[in-house]
Design a protein around this ligand. Sequence first.
Ligand code: NAD
Length: 336
Amino acid sequence: MSVKVAINGYGTIGKRIADAVASQDDMEVIGVTKTRPTYEAKMAILRGYPFYAASEESVGRFKDKGIEVQGTLDDLLEQADIVVDGTPKKMGYKETYEKAGVKAIWQGGEKHELTGLSFNAQANYDEALGADYVRVVSCNTTGLIRTLYPLHKEFGVKFVMAVMIRRGADPWDTKRGPINAVEPVLKVPSHHGPDVQTVMPYLNIQTTAVKVPTTIMHLHSLMVRLKREVSTDDVLNVWEDSPRILFVEGEEGIKSTAQIMEMAKDMCRNRTDLYEIAVWRDGTHVVGDSLYYYQAIHQESDVVPENVDAIRAMMEIEKDNMKSMKKTDLALGIEC
Ligand code: NAD
């Protein structure tokens, strides 16, 4: 069976999910939508995706620019088994998807309450089996869960304190900032801790966040109290065996997010994306009863494999999360 996937909102996340879906042998992209005739619309067509206008009103905009559309979102949804919503947050498409009778996946900009089911492939794949509506949690939340869930499973976690050092904007985005300031989130916890708890409700976590003038990655600084005594090597071994974590080392010249993304370019993946969470091996230390580590998140791509796994779970074409993740990762060129 090839699952028919529609992508509503072909932007930063939507275009990456389209490519990831197209790379799998058990699902296909039957169409993508946009509201405006930007360069991304032309690129979608160049990549061979059937192109649709997001609404009746936007059809004319595309026609005026000589961009051919196959129809509107409603036409696309008629043929789809599932739609991945890559539109900006709070666009309010739930009723449209319900009316069309298609399953739907939203992204981390939405609130948990929209679907009542927030997703991470490692932590709660089973909950999404056969589900109609799922939210894949944000890039930061995905990053936190990727390293914390294996620690919880293997050692038990008493308490987590995580500081999120967040990129000011995506690299293409010239409208957001700051460009010359450091901006703390004054509310504690920042939204990240409660968001992790939508997937791991049992985790005792506090988070704070600071926005900084960089566009390429987020960085997290974490302190974790584990339920039993462990060594640094014990922790590294657990992560070594966990999916979608990539070790980097200061000793090998990776001292910042800049070198991580340079390495990602050298890996020659689609769009030079880094789907894994980069953890500094030589920045990981157990001191007394606490574990300290740093990790970096490629915000535009870490959620992409999770969307592919969410499709498999919701369509019940693979019941085993590890098998789904392995299949996704092989197709995306992530080392398994
Ligand atoms: P984006 O602005 O890059 O892309 C959104 C796309 O949706 C654009 O192509 C736009 O043309 C289209 N669009 C706008 N209004 C629309 C409408 N009414 N109907 C259909 N399409 C419409 O946004 P993004 O960064 O890809 O964010 C999408 C979602 O992914 C958000 O929930 C966001 O929080 C989440 N997310 C973003 C990142 C990131 O780093 N960019 C990371 C993880 C999750």
